[in-house]
Write a protein that binds this ligand. Sequence first.
Ligand code: DC
Length: 231
Amino acid sequence: MKKKLIIAIDGYSSCGKSTFARAIAKELNYIFIDSGAMYRAVTLYCMNRGFIGEGKLDIPGILRELQDINIEFVYNPDIDEYETFLNSGNVEKEIRGLEVTSHVSRISQIPEVRSRMVELQRQIGIFKGIVMDGRDIGTVVFPDADLKIFMTASVEIRAKRRFDELKSKGIKVDFEEIKRNIIVRDITDENRDISPLRRANDAIILDNSRMTVAEQMEWVHRIIKNKLNGS
Ligand code: DC
């Protein structure tokens, strides 16, 4: 049987991790998991239940209902993509909005939320043949991953990419607000107590500030080929 890999892609927000990870998964016919979408879905659940809002965070409430939060990735043949479902409802568009984005860092700092997500992520990875992107995939979720990539790009470029992505989805946004949001998220992600954003020692760095997706694919293609051939 053909060797199957676990590929971990970590890095800063809006670096194009998901686009890159999705493209690799498609090429290899692997499962792609956007772990950020899972934290976003939990955040949306907490918003809907009134557990989080401006100046409000009801941790006991969240912990009480944590086991009731069910997250799935469901294939949509019309767009040939997996979409995020929260307790059987499609939330793919809603979780990308600015309100979820501005609350998600606080939710992803809660230790119990993280352990629940890591547990779900490891279950998904059990059969290998998976590309997962996030912040702690190579360090915490799959420390033995076959290939670890740590992505980075300049703040300006990342803000522009997020801006274009939201605009193309019909979501109204302000460029400066997005940029501020990215800077704040970098600081929060890097400085939180549990699973802070760190490059795993054995991760390869990919700065894609000046690279197209096609160039990134060409770069990774060679690395994967070596891994699959056992070198
Ligand atoms: O990749 P993203 O921007 O969709 O991630 C949303 C948030 O979730 C981000 O602020 C950091 C957090 N996150 C995390 O803490 N751990 C992960 N593995 C993935 C995302």
